[in-house]
Design a protein around this ligand. Structure first.
Ligand SMILES: *Cc1c(COP(=O)(O)O)cnc(C)c1O
Length: 360
């Protein structure tokens, strides 16, 4: 069997969820498992979180239906609401909660002839300008939903932060103030915080927190943070050395010979490439852990392989273990070298990499 595998630690997942809950002890926890739980397998992650999460959240109804088919029975919040009236019927049938972000969605729900009550959240645009009703329209929508007999009261008022990951928190404070002022005369339950809000903005925990990336052990913050450093990587992407050679000074490695040896060098070829989710944009110099030692990527990332300079490493042989990212080498570090973020690397893991679950 190909040695390329992603190990998923369900104990780490639970420990990260418990940390989110400890940071916001008075809030209910919405575990965000969209995009196949950020590449970690939505069903297995939701099962593992069943005691810690009050509800789950996904981006679309297909993701919610996948969880229901697998026997997940908790409510599931659709973060972009329903797409069309037919999804209202499915949501009613399956107890999917709706984060309503537009007047059209609010109207559709209000006009829908329901047999039971819906859990509807109202998303307010407080500055991100991506989804949500602006303050004026949100007031009218809130009035409509409050009067709607098939909507469970009180309606949760929600917003999403644009820059909660940044050390400069002015814009986040503005968003918090805007939501609080919108809610002043309503006194509704509120939900603001993604992972960055949970970690860095205590005043924004509200009634429902919505952690995503932190559940998977990757910090969303642009700067070091004590609580973020207590997160544990859930995914460890592993492979092995499948070839070893020594090349002379001046010899070049890989496609287009983009890296050339400035000394006689020992080159290890690893069975992982962009076809396995390792970013092709990772440049020479990106750290790779070979047999527990930090070595450096050299030359271009191929589809199925990478080459690593192990000249300064000890006891490297065919079959030596390799960590591309995980507990010892943060996915954010690799992402930083590759010009992207941990979210992207985790979320786009391709199906060819088996996910191996452990309870520890
Ligand atoms: C994805 C998402 C989250 C989770 O965000 P993280 O940064 O991964 O914690 C929370 N709320 C909404 C509306 C989202 O779309």
């Amino acid at each position: 069997m190909r040695p390329t595998k992603a190990h998923i630690s369900l104990a780490a997942l639970r420990s990260n969820a418990a940390l989110a809950q400890r940071l916001a002890p008075h809030s209910k926890l919405v575990a965000v498992v969209k995009a196949n739980a950020y590449g970690h397998g939505a069903v297995r992650c939701a099962q593992a979180l069943s005691e810690l999460a009050n509800i789950f959240a996904v981006a679309c109804i297909d993701e919610a239906l996948e969880l229901r088919s697998a026997g997940i029975s908790k409510p599931i919040l659709l973060l972009e609401g329903h797409f069309g009236v037919q999804e209202l019927a499915l949501s009613e049938q399956h107890d999917f909660w709706l984060m309503l972000h537009s007047e059209a969605q609010v109207q559709q729900l209000s006009d829908y002839s329901a047999k039971s009550t819906f859990n509807a959240w109202l998303k307010v645009d407080t500055g991100m300008h991506r989804l949500g009703l602006d303050i004026e329209k949100a007031s009218a929508a809130h009035t409509l939903l409050s009067a709607c007999r098939h909507v469970k009261q009180p309606v949760v008022i929600a917003t999403h932060f644009a820059s909660a990951d940044s050390e400069d928190s002015d814009s986040t404070q503005k968003q918090i103030a805007m939501l609080n002022s919108f809610n002043a005369d309503k006194n509704a339950p509120i939900s603001l915080s993604n992972s960055a809000g949970i970690l860095a903005h205590n005043s924004a925990h509200g009634d429902w927190i919505r952690p995503g990336i932190m559940l998977y052990g990757s910090s969303p913050l642009e700067y070091p943070h004590r609580d973020a450093s207590a997160l544990h990587a859930v995914m460890s992407l592993h492979s092995e050395v499948i070839a070893l050679r020594t090349i002379a000074q001046g010899e070049c490695v890989g496609y287009a010979g983009s890296w050339c040896a400035h000394r006689a060098s020992r080159i290890a070829t690893i069975a992982v490439g962009y076809g396995d989710g390792y970013p092709r944009s990772a440049p020479s110099g990106t750290p790779v852990l070979v047999n527990g030692q930090t070595a450096q990527l050299c030359g271009r990332v191929s589809m199925d392989m990478i080459t690593v300079d192990v000249t300064d490493c000890e006891e490297i042989e065919i079959g030596s273990s390799v960590e591309l990212w995980g507990e010892k080498l943060s996915v954010n570090t690799v992402a930083g070298h590759a010009g992207t973020i941990g979210y992207e690397l985790l979320t786009r893991m391709p199906g060819r990499v088996p996910l191996l679950y452990t309870d520890d």
